[in-house]
Ligand binder design. Structure first.
Ligand code: HEM
Length: 323
């Protein structure tokens, strides 16, 4: 959820309400503590009130997960739910801290407080990431694809590249031909080959289809095949995990320029297409990395929230039992 000048008017009422309720709660708590040797605890009137309200808020916070799971359960707009989740979640922090009377208490209540603080901190962290990662994705990954399709798309690119190398360099020595090359062998090299390449038009960058294949193998193009085998193929296949210099845009440019000098002009189009495919691999690696950061915090936020709710019920049961 984005909180910026454009969406601020939607958050303002929530910010004001959260601020006023927090200040009001602190003031009431403080006024009740007058003349007492210690801060009022969870069983005092304000402490109990904050505990009940804080507990209800925590249960409400969990409804966000429920709402996602039960597709038919669509009460209210998602954006309103998210705003309520964020601001009520933040309001629960002063309420629960006041409920505790600034004491960790026994083992159970200490664990409960630690879990609660982890949930709040991870929520704030996730919200902070949501403020800039999506924009970064938009800026740095114009070739963005559906996240789960990244490896499939890269597999297609690698096959395109294999066919391109076959067309430009001719069939490899018999023993070296691999399965992808064998598939491509079935095709005539005169058949035009389409390669998904990145092109910039004005400020817009996107994918276009190019035909880059010479009608017959280009003489002395063996360095291209070697470069493809040593650098491009592993990089297209495994991305940054391949440890290739191609993962760095500058070094990639240098490598491609060096190779260009060694090749006949007829092979330059194919070389440019390979460079494009490597550029796309770089972008999709960035996309995968940003996607990971945009979502990994939920692996903490969600399970710890679930543990918090479970332990909260044990805490309520124990508190009522020994009251
Ligand atoms: C007691 C407090 C809280 C509990 C129990 C809680 C629980 C949850 C749950 C169950 C989800 C759904 C996870 C999913 O997507 O499956 C969620 C999502 C989320 N929470 Fe919290 N949360 C709490 C406080 C907060 C706070 C204080 C913030 C931020 C200031 C926050 C920010 C978020 C965000 C940004 C999401 C992801 C929503 C989305 O984009 O789909 N949460 N939380």
């Amino acid at each position: 959820m984005l909180i910026d000048p454009k969406t601020w008017h939607q958050h303002r009422p929530w910010v004001i309400a959260t601020g006023l309720l927090s200040v009001g709660s602190c003031a009431w708590y403080y006024s009740c503590s007058h003349g007492l040797p210690n801060w009022p605890g969870g069983s005092s009137l304000p402490g109990l009130t904050f505990g009940v309200v804080g507990g209800i808020i925590i249960l409400f916070e969990m409804l966000l997960w429920w709402r996602k799971q039960v597709r038919t359960w669509r009460i209210g707009r998602t954006q309103v739910w998210l705003r309520a989740h964020i601001w009520l979640g933040l309001l629960s922090l002063p309420l629960i801290v006041l409920h505790s009377g600034f004491q960790l208490g026994g083992q159970l209540s200490t664990i409960l407080m630690v879990l609660f603080l982890i949930v709040i901190a991870s929520g704030i962290w996730g919200l902070a990431l949501q403020q800039f990662l999506p924009r970064r994705l938009l800026d740095r990954v114009p070739a963005e694809t559906i996240y789960s399709q990244i490896e499939h798309v890269m597999g297609q690119h690698r096959e395109e590249a294999e066919r391109l190398i076959l067309a430009v360099c001719g069939p490899a020595d018999g023993a070296e031909a691999d399965s992808a090359t064998a598939t491509a062998n079935g095709e005539s090299s005169a058949v035009p080959l389409t390669i998904g390449a990145l092109r910039t038009a004005g400020s817009v960058q996107g994918k276009v289809l190019l035909t880059n294949v010479p009608s017959a193998p280009v003489p002395d193009s063996e360095p291209l095949r070697e470069f493809f085998r040593a650098e491009v193929r592993p990089y297209l296949q495994r991305g940054s995990a391949a440890g290739s210099a191609l993962q760095h845009a500058n070094r990639s440019t240098v490598l491609f320029q060096d190779l260009k000098i060694k090749l006949a002009p007829a092979a330059h189009g194919a070389l440019a297409a390979l460079e494009d495919l490597c550029a796309q691999r770089r972008q999709l690696d960035v996309q995968a990395r940003l996607h990971f950061w945009l979502h990994n915090w939920l692996w903490v936020h969600l399970p710890v929230s679930a543990a918090l709710v479970l332990l909260m019920f044990v805490h309520i049961w124990a508190a009522l039992k020994y009251w």
